[in-house]
Write a protein that binds this ligand. Sequence first.
Ligand SMILES: Nc1ncnc2c1ncn2[C@@H]1O[C@H](COP(=O)(O)OP(=O)(O)OP(=O)(O)O)[C@@H](O)[C@H]1O
Ligand SMILES: [Mg+2]
Length: 487
Amino acid sequence: MPRIDVRCKVDLPVSIISMKDGGKGNAETKAKFSSISLGGGYINHNISNSSNKIIGLKYDLPRHGEFEILGEVIRSEGAGFAARFYNLNRDAKIKLWDYIKDNLNDELACSYCGKENTQKFRACDTCGWGLNFHSQDYIVNHEKESFVSRIESKSRDFSIEEIYRVLNYVDVEILKIGKNLDINEEFVGSSQGLLNVFSMIRKVAPTDIPVLITGESGTGKELTAMAIHERSQRRNKPFVTINCAAIPENLIEAELFGHEKGAFTGAYTSKMGKFEYADGGTIFLDEIGELSLPLQSKILRFLEDKIVERIGKNGGKKIDARLVAATNRDLKNAIARGNFRKDLFYRLDVFNINLPPVRDRGDDKIILARYFLNKFSKEMNLTKTLSPETIDAIKSHDWPGNVREIINKIRRAVVVSKELAITPQDMDLDVPVHTDVMTSLKEVRHSIEKQKLIEALKHCNNNISKVARVLGISRPSVYSLRKKYNI
Ligand SMILES: Nc1ncnc2c1ncn2[C@@H]1O[C@H](COP(=O)(O)OP(=O)(O)OP(=O)(O)O)[C@@H](O)[C@H]1O
Ligand SMILES: [Mg+2]
């Protein structure tokens, strides 16, 4: 099996930034890389308590300046340790490669598989990988040829659940690439709930059926509406949004349907409504549950004969717009209270996409947090990661504000965090109580309870009434404890 990244011997100073023992603040230690590759390096420094430790690495490359990256200590070896680099971005990789290739010696052996070569400057006779290190395209070509081996080496110890998780993720990513299947590029997640949503979007997008999107606030209803439009044949026509809750009741009819000049006081000119703007495209009625009953009737009329009528105009105009509506209200409840038209509900509910709340999306919480962390860190030119406690805190938080809350908390954390790794405090999250502590407390309680029961039974010669008196509990409790501990 050839090595995936070329390694070279170097003598490169590096500062290791690690958390001080006790977790308070950072310590910076000077050391040297004695060998380095694009994937990691060996550092001549004895690091204490080293396994799985995340560290920062700061080094200066000749011609390219200073870099600060994240790494993980993978093992102590000799007088130093081997580190793996984390998420080296493309720019840092290209510059590091520039440095590595200048330090490669001119051996005839292949830098990947070690076999002697006759055609050193093309591809290895044995493993077939490119050796033209000085070509401009070398790095891109190598990333391509080593892609599958890289995945293989990272996934060797995966459990079947982890394999499915990766495959689901790959499916979603592949759906986004080419074949006109591109869901909005910011639709992140690979939980079963979200995969179902993607599948419904794919099914309904090419049709003209009205869609009702439901879900709690911040779950991505507007994003879903846009994804439907982008994947429909109307994608080059307007996508018009109107938030029914944000416009005062007396203005919304004119907003939606337009008006003629002089139709009411203040109507100095005639005005086109949103439905007319959306002709040929999609109209997205956000918070449709907030519309008044008379306006609901006008929407129903549009759904039935595609006619919209400006205020003050006799006769309507035929409009070809696809209607997508969203609400975070329970419309059935609104119908029961007389606030929503049943017939409109059934017209809309023909195709309902319900967005699951983030708390039911499993590991999507982490995928979303990492996605926005990368995005905001890049915007601010920073490198940040999530500490293990933060990952636990994200997993156990309920996320009532859903994706929007994740976005806000990560945005805040990137700004306030002082360390490389974001802490739960940076995100204003509670540190979860570890369930293993709870379990062990429970276990301790059980073992004491059992021990005391055995002692009392022995002491009282199995006389249940006496045992109950000695332990200060009722007789039925003694029976149920005996049953519980099989005594
Ligand atoms: N799966 C997702 N991946 C990435 N970003 C998402 C995802 N879902 C939602 N977002 C982002 O979260 C924010 C909230 O989403 P959106 O506005 O679509 O939610 P909503 O359900 O319409 O919320 P509200 O009911 O409050 O109007 C937006 O910035 C959106 O881009
Ligand atoms: Mg919305």
